[in-house]
Design a protein around this ligand. Structure first.
Ligand SMILES: [Fe+2]
Ligand SMILES: [Fe+2]
Length: 330
């Protein structure tokens, strides 16, 4: 039987559990937080005072912090790209409204609150050039993504497992930094977002775990393929007005590394965590090729750590159009 048919069968098997997955890993609309819960309430007379307070607290946050917050916001705002990408994955069928398309829609519904909350915060803070931020978001939507997963559900679920954990880590670190700068409301917002990302990570890594039980060799090959080609960030096509793709993303990740929000070591730690979560060392019944793929992923963390130690992060901040250094703390 052709390879892709086995994948489709596996997806159809897992699809039977979609309602259980939605119940277990996602939160119903009536019970979940909304951006409004974390922002000044515009229906209240106190709105202006709350905005003034938000803006006062925002003054304490330094340049690099804003760059990271803007980059994170834009990454979240490119959600239409991710949703349309995932809808194309084999086994997801939007036309017939199958279980997997329901999962994707519910996941999107949760994710959409992230960009919404962060965008409103940035707008109210008065610390960033909102038009430049909006332009970059539009560029990023225009430019799309190429995450190297094709339509393969196995590769895509490795990618989403990795990414959800990466965003959990980075939003949590931003929350911690905001708190250190006495900005509790922003810290809370980032923590709420990080909490969603953790649930999403648990879900996607559960899908992969179940696939490992059903189709171990192909799942192993997909995992090693993704790790060999490196997990690229969803905003890797980030660009500013008048600039080419490449510069903004590199400088955004340099800034995140400098602040310790998301580092090369985090990449290695995520990989180690996935190896453990999927119990890669004890999977049985692998083909010779899949055994070699296992050897590759098992040896990868140590290899990446050696490379990471040699990496030098520029100390100087890059001047983004998003943030005017003159209006934020040095
Ligand atoms: Fe998110
Ligand atoms: Fe996410």
């Amino acid at each position: 039987m052709a390879l892709h048919n086995v994948r489709l069968e596996v997806m159809q098997l897992l699809e039977k559990k979609i309602d259980m997955f939605v119940d277990k890993f996602l939160v119903p609309v009536e019970k979940t937080w909304q951006p409004t819960d974390l922002l000044p309430n515009s229906q209240q007379e106190t709105f202006m005072d709350e905005v003034t307070e938000l803006r006062e607290l925002a003054k304490e946050l330094p340049y690099d912090f804003w760059v990271v917050l803007v980059g994170d916001t834009i990454t979240e705002e490119a959600l239409p790209t991710y949703e349309s990408w995932l809808m194309e994955v084999e086994g997801v069928d939007q036309q017939n409204a199958n279980g997997w398309s329901k999962w994707i829609r519910h996941w999107t519904g949760e994710e959409n609150r992230h960009g919404d909350a962060l965008n409103k915060y940035l707008y109210l803070s008065g610390r960033v050039d909102m038009k430049e931020v909006e332009r970059t978001t539009q560029y990023l939507l225009n430019d799309g993504i190429d995450i190297g997963t094709q339509k393969d559900p196995y590769k895509n679920f490795v990618y989403t497992s990795f990414q959800e954990l990466a965003t959990n880590i980075s939003h949590n670190r931003v929350a911690k930094l905001a708190k250190e700068h006495s900005n509790k409301p922003l810290s809370r917002m980032c923590m709420m977002i990080a909490g969603d990302e953790m649930r999403h990570y648990t879900a996607y890594s559960e899908f992969v775990k179940e696939i490992f039980a059903l189709d171990p060799s192909e799942m192993m090959l997909a995992f090693s393929y993704m790790m060999k080609h490196k997990i690229v960030m969803p905003a890797h096509f980030l660009r500013e007005t008048g600039h080419k793709i490449g510069v903004a993303f590199e400088e955004f990740s340099n800034t995140a590394q400098r602040l310790g929000v998301y580092t090369a070591q985090d990449y290695v730690d995520i990989l180690r965590r996935l190896l453990k979560r999927w119990e890669i060392d004890s999977i049985t019944g692998l083909t010779d090729e899949a055994e070699r793929a296992r050897d590759f992923v098992m040896a990868l963390p140590a290899r990446l750590e050696r490379i990471g130690q040699r990496m030098v992060i520029p100390e100087e901040s890059y001047k983004f159009k998003w943030v005017n250094p003159a209006v934020v703390k040095g």
